[in-house]
Design a protein around this ligand. Structure first.
Ligand code: NOJ
Length: 538
């Protein structure tokens, strides 16, 4: 028996870039409400809302200054209640983004904690330096050091992300108490769970120097520590188990084994996890050093996780990742076919599928031409570091352009009108020039569009128990081909994917065609460029 969150398809909304209704150039909650019918039509059963809380927007909502409020740019709490009610009417459940490793430096807790005598001092990780040096040698997720000196109180505070995102101190039981209250506040409002931001780094076991590493020196002191497991079990037992909800944790640097420790059902911690392994197959060590995409490597990693975890949270895109069609497919000649291949793959893997806004119309990376078009704090930090290291300007730019998180954050392309129908004002981030060709309106009424393929695949998955619940078996992985089987109660489907620009032979005995991203009558054993087929085995 599957849980409801295993049966439904999740759609991630990055609210700033979804739909603006008041002309300020920033998406808002009313915009989401106005598009609920569109999502219902697609077949979405759960929405994951990227942060909608008040935030100084250093990291666009991932730096929260009030966990129980709504950012005025996005609307009001009444709008939020209306969104929950309207979604409920359509049988769509809403999951909140839950960012509890750190707050904004403008959160009242942090403002108070700057006073050494405040009871809030211990909500964060403050420490004296070693002479003129910071307390330890750790390096952070956005590049550079992890300690910021605070003149007035004479100590440093820890921040694993931007300096405006101080880490909370989970050795202080009051912090966990606050977190429980925040969860209950949203659960009582009727949210269906939480996407838990960088959740496996909460508990810092020690603040000692880390082993020198190319990235994240010090991570051995906070990655998936027993203290974090304990926190997750407590939240589950004392809060989550009392509501009909689920959690999906964003987990950094997990292996299949450490992932299982966080999500195996008997552990009673998280329900699902997002891992990054498959997203790292086109990079060297860090994402800024791009490696040519190799479908075999991608498929091998996905297969491995499919085989080891009882249930996966499958995704190819989110607000931190460049667009999948530009990255794993072809955003040129085979844009349409390769976007559909990725769709067929995503929805035929075992696990809960997560679709990121715009993916369903094949939105591509943005054609940025200079740093001042980018808003992302990470891109600017890394660019600055590369500059200090003496990287030539052309190389720095190439690193950022292909990997910037802003590739996925440009406004959703609704139609071919001004600003792609996203806003009547000036969009906060540039609209991709290709909106006249790639937009929702053009695709929604076209039965052969990428969006129609998403709709069809979601409907197929909803009605096909093999796709929903069947086991996964890897059949073939080569440089360009990925073939796998899903089976349930003696019946099976085989999914054949050709990730190349040329035709490939892949004969399949007794195959009865169920679906392809090309027009075809039956399956003749030949896969055309970027063709994906699903066949039934006789
Ligand atoms: C992961 C989020 O997805 C990302 O957008 C954010 O910058 C970091 N966590 C820090 O919260």
């Amino acid at each position: 028996m599957l849980e409801w969150w295993q049966e439904r398809v999740v759609y991630q909304i990055y609210p700033r870039s979804f739909q603006d209704t008041n002309g300020d150039g920033i998406g808002d909650l009313q915009g989401i409400i106005s598009r609920l019918d569109n999502l219902k039509d697609l077949g979405v059963g759960i929405i994951w809302l990227s942060p909608v809380y008040p935030s100084p927007n250093v990291d666009f909502g991932y730096d929260i200054s009030d966990y129980q409020g709504i950012h005025p740019e996005l609307g009001t709490m009444e709008d939020m209640d209306q969104l929950l009610a309207e979604a409920k009417k359509r049988d769509i459940r809403i999951v909140m983004d839950f960012v509890i490793n750190h707050t904004s430096d403008q959160h009242p807790w942090f403002l108070q904690s700057q006073d050494r005598n405040s009871p809030y001092r211990d909500y964060y990780i403050w420490k004296s330096g070693r002479g003129r040096k910071p307390p330890n040698n750790w390096t952070g997720f956005f590049g550079g050091g992890t300690w910021e000196f605070h003149e007035q109180s004479g100590q440093y505070y820890l921040h694993l992300f931007a300096k405006n995102q101080p880490d909370l101190n989970y050795r202080n039981p009051r912090v966990l108490q606050e977190v429980k209250e925040i969860m209950r506040f949203w659960l009582r409002k009727g949210v269906a769970g939480f996407r838990c931001d960088v959740i496996n780094i909460l508990y810092k076991s020690s603040l000692a120097d880390g082993r020198r590493a190319l990235i994240l020196t010090g991570s051995e002191h906070y990655l998936s520590q027993e203290g974090t497991h304990e926190i997750l079990r407590t939240l589950r037992r004392e809060v989550l188990d009392h509501y009909d909800c689920f959690t999906v944790g964003e987990t950094v640097f997990v292996t299949p084994q450490t992932a299982l420790d966080l999500m195996a059902p008997e552990r009673k911690e998280l329900d699902m996890i997002f891992s990054f392994a498959h997203m790292e197959t086109d990079q060297y060590i860090v994402k800024w050093f791009k490696r040519k995409f190799h479908a075999g490597r991608f498929a091998k990693t996905i297969s491995h996780w499919q085989n080891v975890l009882p249930w996966n949270a499958n995704y190819f895109e989110n607000h931190d990742q460049p667009r999948s069609v530009s990255r794993f497919g072809d955003d040129g000649v085979y844009w349409d076919k390769s976007a559909k291949l990725l769709c067929i793959m995503l929805l035929s893997l075992r696990g809960t599928p997560f679709i990121y806004q715009g993916q369903e119309i094949g939105m591509t990376n943005f054609d940025f031409t200079s740093m001042d078009q980018l808003a992302d704090v990470e891109s600017h930090n890394i660019y600055g570091i590369a500059k200090r290291l003496g990287f030539p300007p052309a190389l720095r730019w190439r690193m950022i352009k292909a990997t910037s998180r802003d590739n996925a954050r440009t406004p959703l392309q609704w139609n071919s009108g001004p600003n792609a129908g996203f806003t009547t004002g000036r969009p906060w981030l540039g609209v991709n020039k290709n909106y006249e060709k790639i937009n929702m309106e053009a695709q929604i009424s076209d039965p052969t569009s990428i969006r129609s393929m998403y709709k069809k695949m979601i409907a197929l998955r909803q009605t096909n128990d093999i796709l929903k619940a069947g086991s996964f078996e890897t059949l073939k992985i080569s440089k360009d081909l990925f073939i796998y089987r899903r089976s349930l109660d003696g019946a099976s489907l085989v999914i054949l994917l050709n990730f190349s620009l040329t035709e490939k032979r892949a004969p399949w005995e007794g195959a009865v065609l169920l679906l392809s991203n090309y027009e075809r009558q039956g399956y003749d054993g030949r896969l055309r460029p970027y063709e994906a087929v699903i066949v039934k085995e006789a």
